[in-house]
Design a protein around this ligand. Structure first.
Ligand code: FE
Length: 291
């Protein structure tokens, strides 16, 4: 591969951007909080700023403070370094998909006791979906949790196929909030430790094989050969310099791989049915599986 290839530039850029962010899979826990996953949906944007207020005090809608704890699913101990990435619609039912303001989106770092809180508004329903706020929670050494919180009293909670009862909360009056009519909601989130590569790699590697839309112009083809996993990037459009690019994934943990040539990591992400349907790279990009 030439040094100027777009994939190399992309991978190098990724390696400088963010520490590795592991991703979730469904797994039963035995701790004080059940680990409950939910779909990520199409509205995630990476790059939201760290802040505890997702909107100005005069944002149209019912004021809401969300709070809770991030804990180890096995021990119930607080995870002090956990980072939440949250996103939701505004009073008109719209996500901010492109503005630099990242309206009603933000990252929040848990405190020393694993506690978090952020100010926002109660989201409204849109389409078939009930009111919900999306969460992506990460902690080094743990599998990230993709989930959502839903709100009691929304008729669509009974008809939307993605709603899980454990994720529906009742809000209460928030007496301490100066905003008129403010509500308070609580959602605790449990994370599970990353597990090392397992003896069943030959089976699981076959599950990862497929094609993933890495960027609009780069298609990543993943193939399994026994206990080895390989990648090949097909580059199209403006980024196409005519060079096929390929290499081998080196296992770092179950579902997480290192590409040593580029100091780059990819995690295979399972959905709520246990199927591998995305990759997450070390820059925070999600790549959707297309077949
Ligand atoms: Fe949504």
């Amino acid at each position: 591969m030439a040094r100027t290839s777009p994939v190399r530039r992309r991978l190098i850029a990724g390696s400088l951007a963010l520490p590795f962010v592991p991703l979730a899979r469904v797994f039963a826990g035995n701790g004080c909080v059940a680990p409950v996953t939910n779909i990520i949906g199409p509205a995630y944007r990476k790059g939201a700023p760290f802040r505890t207020r997702l909107c100005a005090p005069d944002e149209p809608g019912t004021p809401l403070t969300m709070q809770g704890r991030i804990v180890d699913a096995a021990t119930c101990k607080p995870l002090a370094a956990a980072v939440l990435d949250v996103w939701q619609v505004n009073e008109a039912g719209d996500y901010d998909m492109d503005s630099d303001a990242f309206r009603l989106r933000g990252k929040i770092k848990a405190d020393a006791l694993g506690r978090y809180a952020f100010d926002t508004i109660v989201p409204v329903p849109y389409g078939r979906r009930p009111k919900h706020i999306h969460y992506l929670v990460t902690q080094p050494g743990y599998e990230s949790r993709i989930t959502q919180v839903y709100f009691e009293g929304d008729d669509r909670n009974a008809t939307d196929r993605y709603v899980k009862k454990e994720l529906i909360i009742a809000t209460t009056e928030h007496a301490g909030d100066p905003r008129t009519g403010a509500r308070l909601g609580t959602l605790d989130v449990a994370l599970e430790r990353e597990r090392p590569p397992e003896a069943d790699s030959e089976h699981t590697y076959r599950e990862y094989a497929g094609r993933y839309q890495f960027t609009p112009t780069i298609l990543l083809a993943v193939t399994a050969q026994g206990r080895r996993l390989f990648w090949h990037a097909d580059v199209h459009g403006d980024d196409d310099d005519g060079e096929p690019v390929d290499g081998e994934f080196m296992p770092r943990a179950k579902g997480r791989f290192f590409v040593p040539e580029y100091d780059f990591e990819v995690t295979f992400v399972r959905n709520e049915h246990g199927s591998v349907d995305h990759t997450l790279d070390s820059e925070g990009h999600l790549s959707k599986r297309i077949d």
